[in-house]
Design a protein around this ligand. Structure first.
Ligand code: SF4
Length: 216
């Protein structure tokens, strides 16, 4: 009997060692793919990359820091890969089932819009690009909301029940927004700000217009 228990512990121990080795190899391969994709903008084995970025995120980022590389590359590539995976479904979704979320930090500092139950109520005063962008996107059939935070996003998603979402924000917001889309089985794509912060943030609006027209 003791012999059987010893054998069982040995098997469990060996399995644990193999599992750790598997995780390490997966993290190293995932890191190499992320770095390659970042340099070349070519995304090979996207599903494996997403697995390594999602399940082994901390390990992959630790490997980046170990070789003195910026670990935000992992999030940037993760956003690109998720965009690529979702873009076809996003395009196939009727416009009235798509929502765009813009962050309130993109507004002009002297914006006079008021906060309502559906986010900031833009009056298209012309002081920032949001008014025109909202008008253009709504003209294409999108619903557009200017939101002060993720709690608004969750509430508006529950209320309007979109099938696809374009989220604009800083890297952290976009990553968590795309993860929320995955959990809710929504087709999420994200555009990141060129300059993040609490106010006076900057978006490449050409990229925004190009995206909403390209998916028209
Ligand atoms: S265009 Fe809209 S969001 Fe921009 S400053 Fe004017 S009211 Fe505010």
């Amino acid at each position: 009997m003791p012999f059987e228990i010893n054998s069982l512990f040995t098997v469990i121990g060996q399995a644990a060692v193999y599992f750790v080795i598997f995780l390490l190899i997966a993290a190293v391969l995932g890191s190499l793919l992320v770095a390659y994709s970042f340099k070349t903008e070519r995304f090979i084995f996207p599903n494996f990359m997403l697995f390594s970025i999602t399940v082994l995120e901390n390990l992959v980022k630790a490997l980046f820091r170990l070789v003195r590389m910026d670990d935000s590359i992992v999030d940037k590539v993760g956003i690109e890969v998720r965009n690529k995976v979702s873009i076809k479904k996003f395009k196939d979704t009727p416009k009235n089932k798509r929502i765009i979320f813009l962050p309130q930090c993109l507004r002009a500092v002297d914006c006079s819009s008021r906060l309502g139950p559906e986010g900031m109520q833009c009056t298209n005063c012309g002081k920032c690009e949001i008014g025109q962008a909202k008008k253009d996107a709504e003209g294409l059939g999108y619903k557009v909301f200017i939101v002060p935070g993720s709690s608004f996003v969750v509430r508006l998603v529950r209320k309007h029940k979109p099938v696809a979402i374009l989220g604009v924000g800083c890297i952290t917001e976009v990553v968590s927004g795309l993860e929320m889309c995955e959990k809710l089985n929504l087709y999420g794509v994200g555009l990141t700000l060129d300059r993040a912060g609490c106010v006076s943030t900057v978006l490449d609006w050409d990229e925004f217009y190009e995206f909403i027209r390209m998916t028209d």
